[in-house]
Design a protein around this ligand. Structure first.
Ligand SMILES: [Zn+2]
Length: 197
């Protein structure tokens, strides 16, 4: 009862201010009505757009309160996204990165293939949007995302060992993770850093 009363009182107090003052505290967001169970809030790259998925029965006032309560969380994630490098565009700078990765990746692939008891696979470097690397086990070709040229070398190393591990075990299963654990015990930490970058 107390919580309800104070909520009502706050509402009355807020009404005395111009509407824009209130809106300034609430991050802009896009509302998507969906068949979801709970309210879900995501901050999307590359522009930090805030998207709220809400069940149809949740009133807009509750959604606004929810978003408002998450304001600092949203700001933190928008800051993080703003700090992320923008996707590579074709041009001389990108070509310089490609040359750098073409120099650094193959020796690392060769080294790790040797450590893991594998024949050295072919390496391709490409701009990719949704993956850091792929491994075609049939053609024995590893493809690395050009973005890795802008990441720490330890993260490139993680992706290389991950893709090589697929030449031992195709799926992401216990056997695969055992291979990763055996060769790169801190791979989980590296994955976390890579996926946060
Ligand atoms: Zn994989």
């Amino acid at each position: 009862m107390t919580a309800l009363a104070s909520l009502a009182a706050a509402g009355v107090g807020a009404a005395a201010y111009p509407k824009c003052t209130m809106a300034a505290d609430i991050p802009d967001f896009t509302l998507r009505r969906k068949r979801v169970k709970n309210l879900r809030l995501t901050v999307k790259a590359p522009h930090g757009e805030v998207v709220v998925s809400a069940p149809r029965h949740v009133p807009e006032s509750a959604i606004v309160a929810f978003v408002s309560g998450k304001a600092s969380w949203i700001a933190k994630h928008q800051e993080r996204i703003a700090g992320q490098p923008q996707p590579l565009q074709p041009g001389p700078a990108t070509e310089a990165l490609r040359r750098r990765l073409k120099q650094s990746a193959p020796p690392m692939v060769e080294h790790w293939a040797g450590v893991m008891g594998l024949a050295t696979p072919d390496v391709t470097i490409r701009r990719m949007t949704s993956r850091w690397g792929t491994c075609n086990t049939q053609t024995r070709r590893i493809t690395l995302n050009l973005e890795l040229a802008r990441r720490d070398v330890t993260l490139l190393e993680y992706v290389i060992v991950h893709e090589l591990a697929h030449l031992i075990e195709r799926g992401h299963n216990a056997r695969f993770y055992a291979v990763m654990d055996a060769h790169l015990p801190d791979w989980r930490l590296r994955r976390r850093v890579l996926n946060a970058s």
